[in-house]
Design a protein around this ligand. Sequence first.
Ligand code: CP
Length: 326
Amino acid sequence: MSDISPHNFPFRHLLGIGGLSPSEITEILDLSDEYVAQNRQVDKKRSILRGRTQINLFFETSTRTRTSFELAGKRLGADVINMTATASAIKKGETLIDTAATLNAMHPDALVVRHPHSGAVALLSQKMDCSVINAGDGSHEHPTQALLDALTIRRRLGRLHGLTVAICGDILHSRVARSNIMLLNIMGAHVRAIAPPTLLPGTMDRMGVEVFHDMTEGLRDVDIVMMLRLQNERMNGAYVPSTREYYHFFGLDQSKLAKAKPEALIMHPGPMNRGVEIDSELADDINRSVIREQVEMGVAVRMAVLDLISRQTSNQPPVGPDGGGA
Ligand code: CP
């Protein structure tokens, strides 16, 4: 097993991408690379988090994020507890703050939280003595998704700086899009947002992206095509006329992909809706799609984040990013 090299990361929480510097993002990606190598070995286990307790508290469904945080904690030697809203006292009416106070009394070292409301994870972090990691809050941020996407791109294309990345689809409701836009801008990539006007936030002009409403224009010569799911669970009303019409104009198929660079990569954070935002064959095209690779990178990135953050908790350093202080 390779020795994981010493790194320095000055934050106790990871609530968002905002507040991270290019060198801090590079730090996380470099350490993640080391964990990718470790995860490909037969013996994947280390003991750097032995004695630490990690609680995964998920108020929304998840396959990739919850499983990979659990694997990440266990591969680093932590004791990992999984809690869902439906199987907790929240179901009996306990408030978020009371739940936080209850968990805090058990002295966990890290709390990984997914919540349907933007800002809920930051609020929890103010009530906890331990590190808090945002596993997705409403349509606000999903920082480890953006980090794993960046790792996938950097490993395939060798860099982030100067690349053109098209983020396509339901950007309005997407925490993945927000975190990716921030990270890619910080790292010097050019970001395009391609969506119907109904699926773009009003703040788009302040987010440092070029906006397109036509896939064939927006995909021209891009290096990366990042597709997003239509998040029906966050919609109250009709944002698209029909999924059939949406696929016709905004679904990724061979003819639209042909506008991108010949070697452009296809990404999707999952879960995918085949035939709605992406053609099923393209999603499985091993020459273009890196969707499975993104899942693999997710475990390594979450190990790197847990590792780096744990190095700070023993010293009680500044809190940030986005958690105040630092
Ligand atoms: N990409 C992502 O967050 O997937 P899950 O909802 O399965 O965690």
